[in-house]
Ligand binder design. Structure first.
Ligand code: ZN
Length: 120
C-alpha cells in the first residue's frame, strides 16, 4: 500500500518521503519532466543510467490501456453497445486530461520497479 501511495503522490520509491519532481504540480507542463537527480532525503539515484526514463514511455502506454479497459468494459456492459463511439470519445478526452499525471505515474512505476526488483 505504501508503494501505491508513493507512486500516486510522486514520492521516492525507497524512503516514501520526498517528492522526486522539482515542480509538484504535473499540470505545469513546462516542468513536467524535471526531476531531482537524487532523492533529497535518502539519496536514491533517480536516473541511474542514461535514457532510463525511456522505459516510462512503455509504462504510460500500459497505464493508459489498463485505465481504458477498466473504464470502457464496465460502461459498455451497463450502457450497451450503442454507446461505444461516445465512450471511446469520452475515454480519449479523459486520457488527454490525465496525460500529465499518467506521464509522471509511468516514471514512478518504472522507478518503483527498479527498487522492487533491485535493477539499480
Ligand atoms: Zn528517498
Amino acid at each position: 500500500m505504501a508503494a501505491l501511495k508513493s507512486i500516486l503522490l510522486f514520492r521516492c520509491p525507497k524512503c516514501h518521503k520526498a517528492n522526486l519532481f522539482l515542480d509538484p504540480n504535473p499540470y505545469h507542463l513546462k516542468n513536467i519532466s524535471k526531476m531531482h537527480k537524487r532523492c533529497p532525503v535518502c539519496g536514491f539515484d533517480v536516473e541511474n543510467e542514461t535514457g532510463f526514463h525511456f522505459m516510462s514511455m512503455y509504462m504510460s502506454y500500459i497505464i493508459s490501456t489498463v485505465f481504458s479497459i477498466f473504464f470502457l468494459i464496465p460502461l459498455t456492459i451497463i450502457l450497451g453497445l450503442d454507446w461505444i463511439p461516445k465512450l471511446l470519445l469520452l475515454n480519449a478526452l479523459i486520457l488527454v486530461v490525465l496525460w500529465p499525471l499518467i506521464f509522471r505515474w509511468a516514471r514512478m512505476v518504472s522507478l518503483w520497479l527498479t527498487v522492487r526488483f533491485k535493477f539499480e
